[in-house]
Ligand binder design. Structure first.
Ligand code: ZN
Length: 410
């Protein structure tokens, strides 16, 4: 149920004024050297581009976990900081750790994916699929991991000074490049346990700050987001915010928004080196990265330290930001990556998009497009890749035990 916006609007305004009166009591000073070290660690050629499922995943995940342990974070799950998941015969890990305050209620999640495209090649997501070379992914997403770790550390500092209202949950996701698989697994696990966070902040590609422009999406996913974001800016972080309401987008926050979690997605956006071997650490804007960390810390502190409570609301979908190169034709649905049966399982149908207009529903299994049988997600993607936007196609879906044929205009 949605709370009438007039009422929550008033509450938020009061809360915002309170924040301002406190004059930002926390000193959030990111450590530039630490940011650089983490970027250098992830882009180390020895990791060969951090392809999900490669032998490097666990080594890297352990390194991240050790560093977080040094900041006072402990494993969130009983079996240690590395939370294992498998999909399509691949095994990878999320690093999931928590910093607990006293008498806290709920969590704020800081997340960033640590995987990238490996050596590239056909089907890898590389935009130079004909060259085999290390894809360092310094911006995508060593920058986000460095930022999430440093933001988490600064929040523990703020917590020591002022006390925490919420625990700080940290997650470095595996297999984002394979379709946000790691974050989908964590969101699903937390949802089933009734332990979803109060707010999820996703940092993906935050290393190329240009003209001080920081893109933030998810402002429609909880009431008061816009004023919260505005009031947390100050002279130590002269950022120009470009905001969008949507909770969906080509990164890990989507999987939490889908589970009705308020989300914020921070990114400095795509560039010509995106998904190529040229996304290298020397091109990272470390001062910009530090500004973003300071800002993310301040925004997260509003919730984790000062007690602002984001209340989830559904937002309308805007065009997702073009981080991922998408297929020309689209049904406008988000896959269910946990599904292991035959066919392509629709996790979420996005309102107003072709699938929704044709009557598709969450949980539908796509088994055929035109005359082409669909048994896997790869076959689904292949089939879509050969279609063009505007075209009319027949999509056969299995819903409960019935087969339905839907006419979809792409
Ligand atoms: Zn990427």
């Amino acid at each position: 149920m949605k709370v009438p916006s007039f009422i929550t609007g008033t509450v938020v305004l009061t809360a915002t004024v309170l924040f301002l009166c406190q004059g930002h009591p926390h000193k959030h000073n990111p450590n530039l050297q630490t940011l650089q070290e983490v970027v250098m660690l992830l882009t180390n050629p020895g990791f060969e581009g951090r392809k999900a499922g490669s032998r490097h995943d666990s080594t890297l995940a352990v390194s991240i976990a050790n560093k977080m342990a040094g900041y006072g974070f402990t494993p969130y799950f009983d079996d240690g900081p590395l939370h294992k998941f498998s999909y399509r015969n691949v095994t990878s890990w999320n690093v999931v750790m928590i910093y607990k305050g006293k008498a806290t209620n709920g969590t704020v999640l800081l997340g960033a994916h640590y995987d990238h495209l490996g050596m590239g090649g056909p089907g890898s997501g590389s935009l130079r699929p004909d060259t085999s070379a290390i894809h360092p992914g310094a911006d995508d997403n060593a920058s986000g991991v460095a930022a999430a770790m440093e933001t988490a550390r600064l929040l523990t500092e703020a917590g020591k000074q002022h006390g925490l209202q919420k625990d700080i949950l940290f997650a470095a996701f595996g297999a984002e490049e394979e379709g946000t698989v790691g974050s989908a697994f964590l969101a699903d696990t937390l949802e089933k346990a009734g332990l979803l966070p109060s707010l999820m902040i996703n940092l993906d590609m935050v290393g190329r700050l240009r003209d001080s422009v920081l893109q933030v999406s998810g402002t429609g996913t909880f009431d008061g987001a816009d004023s919260l974001l505005r009031t947390r800016l100050d002279s130590t972080m002269p950022l120009v915010l470009k905001t969008s309401a949507s909770g969906y987008g080509p990164s890990d926050h989507s999987t939490f928004y889908r589970a009705e979690v308020p989300v914020l997605f921070f990114t400095t956006g795509p560039h010509t080196d995106y998904h190529t071997p040229f996304d290298t650490p020397d091109k990272i804007n470390y001062d910009g990265l530090a500004q973003i960390v300071r800002y993310a810390t301040s925004v997260a502190a509003a919730v984790a330290v000062e007690g602002f409570e984001p209340v989830y609301q559904e937002t309308y979908d805007e065009q997702p930001m073009p981080e991922k190169v998408t297929f020309k034709a689209s049904l406008g649905v988000i896959p269910d990556f946990i599904y292991e049966g035959t066919g392509f399982c629709v996790g979420t149908v996005i309102k107003g998009r072709p699938g929704h207009k044709a009557g598709m529903q969450d949980g539908d299994i796509v088994v055929q497009i035109n005359d082409r049988p669909i048994t896997t997600i790869e076959e689904y993607m292949e089939a879509l890749g050969e279609l063009t936007a505007g075209e009319i196609v027949w999509v056969t879906v299995r819903r409960k035990n019935r087969l339905l044929e839907l006419e979809v205009q792409l």
